[in-house]
Design a protein around this ligand. Sequence first.
Ligand code: SF4
Length: 226
Amino acid sequence: MATAIRTRKPSVRAPRGARRRAQLTVERLAAIYPAATELQHRNPFELTIATILSAQTTDRAVNQVTPELFRRYPTPADLAAADLAQVEELIKPTGFFRNKARTIVECSQVLVERFGGEVPRRMEDLVTLPGIGRKTANVILGVAFGIPGFAVDTHVIRLTNRLRLVETTDPAKIEQLITAMVPASEWTGLSLRLILHGRRVCEARRPRCEECVLNDFCPSSSVRPR
Ligand code: SF4
C-alpha cells in the first residue's frame, strides 16, 4: 500500500548530536504524553472535524462540543446539510465559530460530493478539503489511518530549533531532517507531542525549563545540566 513515507536523503544537515537528542525527545515526551492526541473521535470523519475545530483553542474545548455535534450530525452527509446557525451555536466555545462552522460544513459537503462520504487516505486528496492543510492532513493520516507523517507547525518549528534537532525554520526542511533521524513509526506521535509540549511547557515567550523533562540535554535550557 502506498504511504506518505519519505525516503529521500535530506538536502540540509542536522546539527551535531541531533539524532541522540531526537531519540531522547521521542522517549521522554511519549512517557509524559501517552496519548499523542487528546481529541476525542470514533472515526476518521470525527477526527477530521475535531482537528479543524482545534485551531486556536485547546483539545479540551473541542472535546466539550464534539459529543453533541456528532450526536446531531453523525455523518458527513448530515453535517453537509446542517443549518449553519445551529452549527455555530454548538461549536461557539471553540472560538472563531462562524468561520469554523462554515469550514466544517463545506468540508463535509466536499466529502460527500467528491469522496463518497469517506475521508480520503491520500495526502494529495486531503489537502483539497476545506480547512485541511498539510499539517492537519498529516495528523489525520497518522492518527486515523496509521500512515506516518511528520506535521510541522509553529510549535514544532520552535521546539526542534530550541532542542537543536535542526537549524532552520523552513517547514519542508524540518520535515526532511526529522523524518531522516526518527523511525517512521514515531513521526506522527513526535509531531503531536512536540505541539502539546510547546503549548504546555516550552511556550514561545516563556519556556518553563525548570519543569521540562528535556532540560538535562536541551541546548536552550535555562536550567543547569544535572
Ligand atoms: S528545556 Fe526549556 S527550551 Fe528546552 S525544550 Fe524544555 S522548555 Fe523548551
